[in-house]
Design a protein around this ligand. Structure first.
Ligand code: NDP
Length: 278
């Protein structure tokens, strides 16, 4: 595999740090990005001391200016990238809590931030025989067709599955956020477990399907494959360190997906290196 350059968002800690480390262990140069400069530089230093090729750049995925500055820097310094791992994300509920107090931030970061990053980086993805790769670190909680925790409205589920434009995803997020404001979200037929977070990841998954279809129209040699995955329930700050899977194992499927050789899988969902229905 000829991939040389990967970008990881939220690389300063948790699963993103491990994804960065493992991609670098495969010999890639990895741009570790972090919204906080000190945290990003400290994380990068740890990996440099292990002899890995890691470069730091600031990146806040909800800050348009930060995304633009990052892309301009990548273009000038490297010309383009081979792999983008959209890992950055937030959640403000642990365990069985289900407050939507931070719903706007959760949807803005996990869905809109991830979408804006993907759109900004796609023009910088290098042509290759294997195809460039985008990996969305999503969650099983956001599966459209899971038996539990799904949207009650069958028509809406169908529309989000056969999504033809991002409008339907954006409108669904707006509708949810309106209901959060007027308090009607509880009876709105939304996922019942970690509602705001689950919906943000459901939106990421729907967007992955849409982008896979759009990107499939690119000519041979300029293909970009985009897939989403669940890292498991991982022992990081996000789960209050309650998760069962260590971060290095959580990073395994995203890294495997990014480097998967000789395939053209796109628009699918993976967990533990296996495709699952979503
Ligand atoms: P952490 O909270 O440890 O790490 C989240 C990372 O995202 C941090 O680096 C954080 O930066 C960064 N981040 C948050 N907001 C932004 C932003 N606006 N711009 C740039 N970076 C940002 O969580 P995990 O490592 O567990 O989570 C990584 C991904 O895995 C997330 O997308 C999460 O939803 C997903 N996931 C995690 C699961 C788990 O069990 N842990 C289960 C399923 C999915 P900072 O340090 O500055 O806050």
């Amino acid at each position: 595999m000829d991939y040389t350059l990967a970008v990881v968002t939220g690389g300063n800690r948790g699963i993103g740090f491990e994804i960065t480390r493992q991609l670098a262990l495969h010999g890639l140069t990895v741009i570790l990005t972090s919204r906080d400069i000190i945290a990003g530089e400290e994380a990068t230093k740890i990996l440099l001391e292990q002899g890995l090729k890691v470069v730091f750049h600031q990146l806040d995925i909800v800050d348009r200016e930060s995304i633009d500055l990052f892309c301009a820097w990548v273009k000038e310094k490297y010309g383009g990238i081979d792999i983008l791992i959209n890992n950055a994300g937030v959640s403000y509920n642990t365990g069985s809590e289900n407050s939507v107090e931070c719903a706007e931030k959760v949807i803005n970061t996990n869905y809109f931030g991830t979408k804006n990053m993907t759109k900004a980086l796609i023009p910088l993805m290098r042509s290759s025989d294997e195809g460039a790769r985008v990996v969305m670190v999503s969650s099983r909680l956001g599966r459209l067709n899971g038996r539990r925790n799904r949207i009650a409205d069958v028509d809406l589920r169908q529309q989000l599955e056969d999504v033809e434009s991002e409008d339907i995803i954006d409108t669904t997020m707006s509708k949810f956020l309106e209901q959060v404001k007027d308090g009607s979200w509880i009876t709105g037929g939304w996922p019942q477990n970690n509602t705001d977070y689950s919906l943000s990841k459901l939106a990421v998954n729907a967007y992955t399907r849409l982008m896979a279809r759009t990107l499939s129209e690119r000519p041979e040699g300029q293909k970009i494959y985009i897939n989403c995955c669940c890292p498991g329930w991982v022992k990081t700050a996000m789960t209050g360190w309650a998760g069962l899977t260590p971060p290095d194992e959580g990073a395994d499927t995203p890294v495997w997906l990014a480097l998967l050789s000789g395939q053209s899988t796109s628009g699918k969902f993976f967990a533990e290196r296996r495709e699952i229905n979503f």
